[in-house]
Design a protein around this ligand. Sequence first.
Ligand SMILES: NC(=O)c1ccc[n+]([C@@H]2O[C@H](COP(=O)([O-])OP(=O)(O)OC[C@H]3O[C@@H](n4cnc5c(N)ncnc54)[C@H](O)[C@@H]3O)[C@@H](O)[C@H]2O)c1
Ligand SMILES: [Zn+2]
Ligand SMILES: [Zn+2]
Length: 368
Amino acid sequence: MKIRAAVLEEFGQPLEVQDVELRDPAAGEALVRLVACGVCHTDLYTASGVDPSGYAPTVLGHEGAGVVEAVGEGVTELAPGDHVVTLFSARCRECVHCLDDRTNLCLAIREQQNKGYLPDGTTRLHRGGEDMRHFMGTSTFAEYAVLSELSLAKIDPEASLDAACLFACGLSTGLGAAMNTAKVEPGTTCVVFGAGMVGLGAVAGCRLQGAERIIAVDLSDERLELARGQGATETMRGTDDVVERIVEETDGFGADYTFEATGNVKVMRQAAESARMAWGLCTVAGVAGKGETLDIVPRFLITGRRVAGSSFGGVKGRDEVPDLVRLYMEGKVDVDSFISHRIGLDDVNRAFELMEAQDGIRTVIEFD
Ligand SMILES: NC(=O)c1ccc[n+]([C@@H]2O[C@H](COP(=O)([O-])OP(=O)(O)OC[C@H]3O[C@@H](n4cnc5c(N)ncnc54)[C@H](O)[C@@H]3O)[C@@H](O)[C@H]2O)c1
Ligand SMILES: [Zn+2]
Ligand SMILES: [Zn+2]
């Protein structure tokens, strides 16, 4: 079928919305009609050409939500009419990682996905007789997409899809960092560095876990205000001496849990140093630039602090995204306040401009 899609033709150039050919889903795949799709830093990161693993041409987009239109052979858990959230983090439930509770890093389709192919090593996207690769196994800046069934979470059909799409990436990453990776305990003190989509999700996750104090740190007063809306009990401006201020505010010890959601390695270090002596856990969610390293004085670790990384918040997408969406439906996570702009697919480059200007938390593309 012919679909409209936003194609990254060349790094550093605006995306071009155009007609491309999408073939029918093969075995184990589903055709999804997109209803909404968030625009995330990772899309911009790839479009800019900074990501060393990026490729072009491709259809960008990974924060999608929509409706299943058709399924390929052997698909048992999805049927036409189902509402789904797209997952760049697949789950097969069978590989050595999926069988282990400690991780969400499914191995099943990883290699092909990183190369831009669906699990069987081919592509459903074509243009002018040539193959075009998929992006993150999703390619959701498009009216329709074909994905592996391992990359789709079936959600409650009552959930609004333009809110649900935020669970495809940033929001689940933040919520999961607090709920799955750190497993924040009730009554504790948490510090969240960065109050973008991921950090605000982490603030909400700390609140849902019953944290007593949640200190949000950011450079923007507007974002610190949003953090209060998600449950932050205190806010601080991110400065060079923020670690000292946090230690001072926590009886000289530091916080039980700290979270980094900026992508800045200096802030990662601050987050590690703000964690409490003896048992403080620092969870790093931000993606640093190529070649950057995290500096930690080993004494901080020997005296009991730990540092953990978190991909997609440790969330096992197919099984756990539906539960996170339920939290939204029960009114426990205020998702609507994250959606700052709504645009059509033709204006996708505007979303990148807004992101670069740090105007709002999320722009959502709505398809009609
Ligand atoms: N681990 C994962 O699976 C995963 C998934 C999605 C995004 N990410 C990464 O998470 C990070 C955050 O993503 P986002 O969408 O929330 O980004 P964002 O740009 O919306 O938010 C980052 C926030 O950090 C703040 N900040 C910048 N410098 C700071 C400083 N020195 N001190 C305190 N705050 C500071 C900014 O003001 C901003 O509010 C990015 O690096 C992104 O690539 C990781
Ligand atoms: Zn993303
Ligand atoms: Zn797996």
